[in-house]
Design a protein around this ligand. Structure first.
Ligand SMILES: Nc1ncnc2c1ncn2[C@@H]1O[C@H](COP(=O)(O)OP(=O)(O)OP(=O)(O)O)[C@@H](O)[C@H]1O
Ligand SMILES: [Mg+2]
Length: 283
């Protein structure tokens, strides 16, 4: 224990001053620590965000290279496929070949599947032309909704559309339709019968966000890093081109795709970061 002895009133005063300075210094130190903690947290969040964006850009670049390769090959392969399909259709109707009808059907079906894989591949190229038109995303979704509803009902599942109040957006109708169909089909395929798929839109600051939420079992953690890689699929009859197409389309629309997944379901968010106008379009 320290014993303090004061020889004069000045001694006492300077001790009291020192003590209050010390208390103030301590408070400043605590404040500084808090600021350092907050700044560290901010830097960590910024770094994570930057890493996420870099990861997305690298993924898009890979998709673009694949898409460019496919563009060259795809056009060459498509022409002979069209010729073969035409001949098969012609032969299919010959009376002496009617016994082979089921074979012809199967061959044509397989050619159509090949064609749709090529179409999916072609859409991965970054330089694929887009026809942007200013419109309300809700309108596009409302037009598409009956198709999604029919898809859901045919599997004994439900589908809800919750439109938010949105600004207009420059989008390519066909491409965004394809993106919504791919995400919605993944959601429906992930859910057991009775599950409900919720499609909603909302504004998040300046961003328009499209959300596709399912009640499936979530994405297996081992699969998360592979999502968006062409031909990655866990489904028997999947091609693994659905999500790569979505990422590619999002890239062409200056949008980011994020997802949250857990045992109660998965939510895919498409965040459009285009400069917005407050007005709504009339068409
Ligand atoms: N909502 C989801 N819930 C759970 N897993 C999902 C979900 N969406 C995607 N996945 C996983 O990601 C994989 C890749 O999806 P992607 O859409 O690219 O291909 P796919 O659905 O398998 O085939 P397709 O080419 O027919 O779309 C799926 O096989 C599935 O394992
Ligand atoms: Mg899919």
């Amino acid at each position: 224990m320290i014993t303090l002895r004061f020889y004069s009133i000045e001694d006492w005063e300077s001790f009291v001053n020192m003590k209050s300075e010390l208390i103030e210094l301590k408070a400043q130190l605590l404040n500084l620590r808090r600021m350092v903690d907050e700044r560290t947290k901010e830097v960590k969040q910024e770094t994570e965000k930057r890493e996420r964006i870099e990861h997305e850009v690298a993924k898009l670049e890979r998709l673009n290279i694949i898409g460019q390769l496919a563009a060259g090959l795809g056009h060459e392969v498509r022409n002979p496929i069209t010729t073969i399909r035409g001949f098969l259709q012609m032969l299919q109707n010959k009376t002496d070949l009617l016994t082979y009808k089921s074979y012809f059907d199967l061959m044509i079906e397989e050619l159509d599947r090949t064609n749709s894989i090529i179409t999916g591949f072609l859409s991965l190229a970054k330089n694929k032309p887009t026809e942007l038109k200013r419109q309300c995303l809700n309108k596009l979704l409302a037009n598409l909704f009956p198709l999604l509803l029919a898809d859901a009902y045919s599997q004994g599942k439900k589908c809800i559309f919750e439109p938010g109040d949105l600004a207009d957006l420059d989008i390519d109708t066909n491409e965004i339709t394809q993106l919504v169909l791919n995400l919605a089909r993944n959601g429906l395929e992930a859910m057991p019968p009775d599950g409900c798929l919720t499609i909603s839109t909302f504004m998040d600051g300046q961003n328009i966000v499209l959300s596709v939420r399912d009640e499936g079992p979530g994405i297996n953690s081992e699969h998360i890093s592979k999502l968006g890689t062409p031909f990655f699929t866990t489904k028997e009859s999947g091609t693994g081109l659905g999500l790569p197409m979505c990422y590619s389309i999002a890239g062409r629309h200056n949008a980011l795709i994020e997802f949250e997944s857990g045992p109660d379901g998965t939510t895919f968010l498409v965040r459009f970061s285009q400069p917005m106008e407050k007005t709504h379009s009339e068409n």
